[in-house]
Design a protein around this ligand. Structure first.
Ligand code: HEM
Length: 922
């Protein structure tokens, strides 16, 4: 196929088209070509050590970003962030063509990263890896490990011990446990299947000493509790307070007095709603816990030793007290699904591990199926209350709030009094807000369907029953149970759309990411365009190609054309009778889908949460009436606060307040001292921030530097690399970075390096030699223990970030791979996004963000004629009291009273009319 032949032309065409839409794509090519031979379109890497690393040649950097981009090549961080027009107004060149080059260049770099991530970073733990590693493995589409096992209640329904294929009721909607999303791999992504990995198995669990290279990397310096996690928490994560009595460790002042204050580093372009949104999402995607608990055995969590002058010494009581840590804290160990020695297989001349040394279950469905609302197994479903008056609706009380958990509901005693939900753990006011919002949205859809049912009972509603596919289903035929499941499909797709096109574009607030995220969803081109259709056909045919490496490479690249969402659903002869149509849009790239442990690690985003919420009311939005500690909303304490104060006031409060930046020394005080009834340790408290470190070590997440190498990012060679080199020397901010580096060195230490020790095989030095313990420093010199740095510490220490990035580039790279994959792998977001499953009303509800299209008259960073953003539409429906406030809002995750200003401005200044908001005085 000619499409596969000329990588240069396709990437150039795609990058040009990405910026201006297909109609003008060809016009733009001469401009791209004006960089002439300097345009660096490199081949995709064939082996791991040839990877792109996000670094381009001098000529390419100059072509895309001038001298600034050339200067940025010196540091380990990716180059695209220095291209023209990838930052705010000041990053733009006078020549519009240069700006196009900058943004297009960034998109090309990001696509290279995605292609290589798909190629080099998929490691399934459930036994499929040896086949994947073999010839043709990357296009394997069905796996024995993804069959329903004998004894599964649906074993017979899918074909028993013969070929397994889901059909009938099992494929009609999202199933409770997530089976039959992929109709030929029924078990994939279902509740209780194993977390995957994104890194070579040999690089995981370095402390176990299974792999000699991993042993060399850490030189016996690390264990589960060394460096000490509570010491790390107190020295590197604590929020400094200008007035500790005003903060009171996050408990604020009596009566929620407004003169309480907890200092935190604030992100000007991202609000507190966004913080709780992502907790709401993670409760949909994964959990290591079962019903809020881990294994019954307990372990210590540190506050036992620290490095003094590079030597690990026990902490005295006085030192512990001074740090504020607690030696008697304890926590229940993680459940381990299998810790037996990993089998190995021959991979050419080498033996490779076929899974990690320990594997863990995702106790949730891995699908983006709104299981936090609807449940993920029989037990959690019992908490989900249906309205007895119309079982298609969720039960809400007369004021529109979720009912509390009933005494006979399955639950941890700690949850008593909370509002009922599929995923109730770590409940707080933010989770209460989103659960109530989407329960109301569920009912809004049901009500709209009911109205349609009443006005056109005989009309075809679009749904079909796969067991009886020729029967037209009229509106009047739809049962409450069927409508309930349709509403769930719609709500899950709305959530995925909000996350992809609204949350993420504000999390990564710059032009390349705006385009990248919108192209994941809508495609680069308009949907009814001939090129879109042609590309969709090409992408589908690549899915069936017998050339594995090429097919997967181009699948990813070309999917940006039509978009991932809806891939395979627009086939002119699509039929529910044809399993290949129902399932045909998905692509797992040879490795069954589940989230990797590394994904959980980078979503430990606790610094986002402020200690205190600035509470406001819709009647006078500029007034902060109370400072309500988040900890005072923990679990059941949120119920009266939500019910008395209401969804709209909480939406306003969290919508206007800035969240915490993901940085060192910016974790909530209250989370370091969280009391939890279920704990049986002497203190019955836990430092959640320290626990983040402990859990990642338990789960064998490679430490920061190897993590970066595994994901195709450049390694660091000293803690000094964390100082942002763009800052003037002697500036206050630079001094702050230098101080942090000194603390990192104090906590993690240094060692005398040994150049004979090879520490990784995932990358090589630029001259082709293996990377050794000295990381380029002279043999025998003292080097930083940068290899021991915990990943969560490293990614928070990254001060050099692309413009408007709330997360660091190390977190982002994990996201590039997995955010695409959870769309690519899900039939309901690709080939089964069809009226046969969603109903005609459902499809248009998802596409139009509600019952009808609503356009936003405003220009947004140069984009005009756009629909009103999807979360804003939901809020307008479920909390109409907010309509005045929301009339000024473009993206519901940007602080609501902020002036969005010029191109991707991060300035903190009030929009017109909000000048009296005291938040802008600070
Ligand atoms: C009031 C706010 C919050 C509280 C009280 C809280 C509490 C906790 C606790 C106690 C754990 C440890 C569970 C364990 O391993 O035993 C945990 C884990 C976690 N938290 Fe939070 N959290 C909060 C907010 C957030 C937010 C905003 C995020 C953002 C994504 C988040 C993401 C996570 C993740 C990814 C885990 C790991 C879960 C797993 O391994 O299954 N949390 N949290």
């Amino acid at each position: 196929m000619r499409f596969l032949v000329d990588s240069r032309r396709i990437l150039a065409l795609l990058s040009a088209a990405l910026s201006i839409g297909c109609g003008r794509a060809l016009d733009n090519l001469p401009d791209l070509a004006s960089c002439g031979t300097e345009l660096d379109v490199r081949p995709f890497a064939q082996t791991r050590d040839q990877r792109f690393l996000g670094k381009v040649t001098d000529a390419t950097a100059r072509c895309r970003g001038g001298g600034n981009a050339v200067a940025g090549r010196e540091v380990p961080w990716t180059d695209w962030q220095n291209y023209w027009a990838t930052g705010n107004e000041s990053s733009k060149a006078w020549w519009a063509t240069k700006n196009l080059r900058g943004v297009n260049g960034a998109l090309v770099d990001l696509e290279y990263e995605r292609v290589e991530l798909i190629r080099f970073n998929l490691f399934d733990n459930s036994g499929t890896y040896p086949a994947y590693a073999g010839i043709g493995g990357p296009v394997i589409k069905t796996w024995p490990a993804m069959r329903l096992p004998l004894g599964h209640p649906n074993f017979r329904d899918v074909g028993g011990s013969g070929e397994q294929l889901c059909k009938g009721q099992l494929i009609r909607a999202r199933t409770l446990t997530g089976i039959c999303n992929d109709i030929r791999n029924p078990l994939m992504g279902s509740t209780g299947t194993l977390f995957a990995r994104n890194v070579e198995f040999e690089s995981t669990f370095p402390e176990l000493g299974v792999d000699s290279i991993a042993r060399n990397r850490h030189g016996g310096r690390t264990t589960l509790l060394i460096p000490d996690p509570q010491v790390i928490s107190r020295k590197l994560f604590t929020r400094a307070q200008s007035d500790s009595s005003a903060c009171n460790d996050g408990f604020g002042k009596p009566g929620f007095a407004v003169d309480a204050n907890c200092d935190y580093q604030k992100a000007p372009f991202f609000n507190v709603l966004a913080a709780f949104w992502i907790q709401f999402m993670t409760h949909d995607w994964f959990s290591h816990l079962e019903e809020g608990k881990n294994h019954s055995t307990y372990m210590a969590v540190g506050c036992a030793s620290q490095k003094v002058a590079n030597v690990e010494r026990p902490l005295s009581q006085a030192e512990a007290a001074k740090l504020g840590c607690r030696p008697n804290d304890g926590i229940d160990r993680s459940f381990v699904a299998d810790s037996s020695a990993a089998p190995t297989f021959a991979d050419g001349p080498n033996r490779r591990m076929s899974r990690a040394s320990r594997v863990f279950r995702n106790t949730n469905t891995a699908w983006w199926d709104a299981s936090q609302l609807y449940g993920f197994d029989e037990r959690s479903r019992r908490r989900v209350k249906r309205d007895p008056a119309d079982r298609a609706r969720l039960l809400l009380d007369a004021q529109g709030f979720l009912p509390p958990l009933a005494p006979d509901d399955p639950m941890l005693p700690d949850w008593a009094g909370q509002e009922a939900a599929g995923s109730p753990d770590n409940w707080n006011i933010g989770l209460s807000f989103f659960h109530n919002v989407f329960a109301r949205e569920h009912n809004q859809f049901v009500d709209a369907f009911r109205r349609q049912q009443a006005s056109t009972p005989e009309a075809d509603c679009g749904l079909r029953d796969p067991a009886n596919p020729d029967r037209i289903i009229k509106y009047s035929d739809v049962s409450p149970d069927e409508l309930f499941e349709v509403a769930r499909l719609v709500v899950a797709a709305e959530i995925a759309k909000i996350h992809t096109t609204e949350w993420t574009t504000q999390l990564l607030y710059d032009e390349p990411l705006y385009r990248a995220m919108n192209s994941n969803w809508h495609g680069v081109f308009t949907t009814d365009n001939a090129l879109t259709k042609a590309l969709a056909t090409v992408v589908s045919s690549l899915g069936g190609s017998s050339d594995p490496s090429r097919a997967n490479t181009w699948y990813s690249v070309l999917a940006s054309g039509p978009g991932i969402f809806g891939l395979g659903s627009n086939k002119s002869d699509w039929s529910i009778k044809n399993p290949d149509d129902v399932n045909g849009g998905i692509n797992h790239f040879g490795s069954p889908f589940n989230f990797p442990e590394e994904f959980v690690s980078v979503y430990r985003l606790h610094p986002l949460v402020p200690d205190l919420i600035e509470y406001r009311e819709v009647a006078a939005p500029d007034v902060i009436r109370n400072k309500i500690p988040v900890v005072e909303t923990f679990r059941a304490r949120s119920t009266p606060l939500m019910h008395q104060r209401g969804v709209a006031n909480w939406g306003l409060s969290m919508g206007r307040q800035r969240l915490g930046t993901l940085a060192l020394q910016n974790s909530p005080r209250f989370l370091q001292n969280l009391a939890m009834d279920r704990l049986t340790s002497p203190t019955r408290k836990i430092d959640v921030v320290a626990l983040d470190i402990v859990r990642d070590r338990e789960h064998g997440v490679p430490r920061f530097n190897e993590f970066r190498r595994q994901y195709g990012l450049r390694q660091l060679t000293s803690f000094d690399d964390f100082v942002d080199s763009r800052l003037a020397s002697g500036s206050a901010e630079r001094k702050r970075h230098e101080q942090l580096v000194a603390t990192l060195r104090e906590v993690y230490g240094q060692h005398k390096c040994d150049a004979r020790k090879i520490i990784t095989t995932s990358q090589r030095n630029e001259d082709g030699t293996p990377i050794n313990d000295c990381l380029g420093h002279p043999d025998g010199s003292m080097v930083d223990n940068i290899e021991d740095l915990d990943t969560a510490v490293g990614y928070l220490a990254e001060t050099t970030r692309p413009h408007g990035f709330a997360i660091s580039e190390t977190q982002f790279v994990v996201f590039i791979l997995n955010a695409s994959r959870r769309l690519f792998s899900d039939r309901f977001f690709t080939s089964s996004f069809r009226p046969e499953f969603y109903s005609t009303l459902g499809v248009s509800w998802v596409n139009n963000n509600g019952p009808s299209v609503m356009l936003d008259p405003r220009d947004d960073n140069g984009h005009s004629n756009k629909p009103v953003s999807p979360l804003k539409r939901v809020l307008l429906r479920v909390a109409p009291e907010l309509s005045g406030e929301l009339s000024n809002v473009v993206n519901a995750f940007d602080p609501w009273a902020r002036d969005r200003g010029a191109y991707y401005s991060l300035d903190w200044k009030p929009r017109k009319g909000a000048e009296n908001d005291p938040a802008f005085k600070r």
